[in-house]
Design a protein around this ligand. Structure first.
Ligand SMILES: Cc1ncc(COP(=O)(O)O)c(C=O)c1O
Length: 400
């Protein structure tokens, strides 16, 4: 049996894989078994932000592998401790961090932290404040609590009863948030840019109003930056574009550029709520992932981020040109190198055409092409990608 047949026979049917068996990846490129080269405009769902097999990330990772891989969180692993310091200093200098393995786990931790903080900061009788306001179309993960916090029915359908209690407001509609606040509300959780939900951007005024509303009602504001954080929008955290500071930030995906790692960084006011025994993880903050992440932070300096913004601007303008050319493009939107092309038609044939012609992209909600390239792409890469996209759009129209 070949690889595809083995997968078909032995794996639970949770993934719909494209026809690509990866042999090698470097920088912004992948190669398949036959040696065919692909330009990767998806980066493993916004994961390999500093490029596949980045040399300096690989170097420190190998050094850590050679010294030790795992010791548990009962002892001190220097790479982990240094990463915690760096992350916290960058986001909440007086705050604290918890390291996990994945995005869903980071959000689980944030939910638990909010509940504990709510318990400690409650004026109601039985002290339980646990309701969390989330948003329609959001995506926060696949564990039971994070899928309960996800505002999309398709993820809930077969898994009821869901975890209590998550309620859903509309993004960019502050009135819809106000209506949901009651004495049990403890926090508001939002992706500043909804990724899986179809590349929906929060408006600046909305996030500012949200901050004011949370302060007025003694609620925590949690930003899930698992997809939009770690340089993706040209800033280390997407919220820096909005001039609004949350109380808790969750990160994962690109934090260790492909090794599993998640982080919850919390402001002093709520970070202190957790004490010994409240939370933990065997693998969370693995020393190898942390060594890689430390180097990722090193690489993401302001020059690197500004360079990525330059290319992002160029890509956006090329996409706008395509929008003028093709009426099936309703909208081009995004921030930095997190971009969506909203179509009037199903985008799967475009994704397939691109793959056949050496460009990896993705489509969400059937009609939104999502581009999440590594942040190291060049203008030449943009020229190639937009040429293939142009051909794909043309081909789709001709064959429709
Ligand atoms: C915004 C957001 N939150 C949480 C998650 C879950 O992360 P993970 O798949 O690492 O559990 C994702 C994954 O796509 C995400 O995009």
């Amino acid at each position: 049996m070949n690889i595809k047949q083995i997968e078909e026979k032995y794996f639970m049917r949770t993934y719909k894989r494209a026809n690509l068996v990866v042999k090698k990846a470097k920088g912004q490129f992948l190669w398949d078994e036959s040696g065919k080269k692909y330009l990767d405009f998806f980066a493993g769902i916004s994961v390999c932000n500093v490029g596949h097999c980045n040399d300096s990330v690989l170097k420190v990772t190998k050094e850590q592998l050679d010294s030790f891989v795992h010791t548990s969180n009962l002892y001190y692993a220097p790479s982990q401790i240094k990463l915690g310091e760096e992350l916290t200093k960058r986001i909440f200098p007086n705050g604290r961090v918890f390291l996990s393995n994945s995005g869903a786990e980071a959000n689980e931790c944030a939910i638990k932290l909010a509940r504990k903080w709510g318990f400690l900061n409650s004026s109601i009788d039985n002290r339980n404040r646990y309701e969390m306001i989330c948003f329609k179309n959001s995506f926060h993960g696949r564990t039971l609590a994070t899928l309960s916090a996800t505002g999309q029915e398709k993820f809930h359908k077969f898994f009821r009863p869901l975890q209590e209690k998550f309620v859903f407001a509309e993004i960019n509609n502050i009135g819809s948030v106000k209506k949901l606040i009651n004495e049990r509300t403890v926090a508001v959780m939002i992706e500043p840019i909804q990724g899986e939900g179809g590349l929906i951007l929060s408006e600046k005024t909305f996030l500012k109003e949200l901050r004011v509303l949370c302060d007025k009602n003694n609620l925590l504001l949690i930003f899930d930056e698992i997809q939009c954080g770690v340089g993706r929008t040209g800033k280390f955290c997407a919220f820096e574009n909005y001039d609004v500071k949350p109380d808790i930030v969750t990160l994962a995906k690109s934090l260790a550029n492909g090794l599993p790692l998640g982080a919850v960084v919390a402001a002093e006011k709520c970070a202190e709520a957790f004490v010994y025994g409240d939370h933990g993880s065997t693998f969370g903050g693995n020393p190898v992932s942390c060594a890689a992440a430390l180097e990722v932070l090193n690489i993401l300096n302001s020059k690197f981020l500004n360079d990525s913004l330059e290319v992002a601007k160029y890509l956006s303008s090329k996409l706008e040109d395509l929008k003028k050319k093709y009426s099936i493009i309703k909208d081009v939107r995004g921030l930095g190198l997190m971009l969506g092309i909203d179509l009037t038609i199903n985008g799967s044939s475009i994704v397939n055409y691109c793959l056949d012609n050496g460009l990896i992209i993705n489509c969400i909600h059937d009609t939104v092409i999502r581009l999440l390239p590594p942040l190291i792409i060049t203008k030449n890469d943009v020229d190639f990608a937009t040429k293939i996209l142009d051909e794909a759009l043309n081909y789709t129209l001709v064959t429709k």
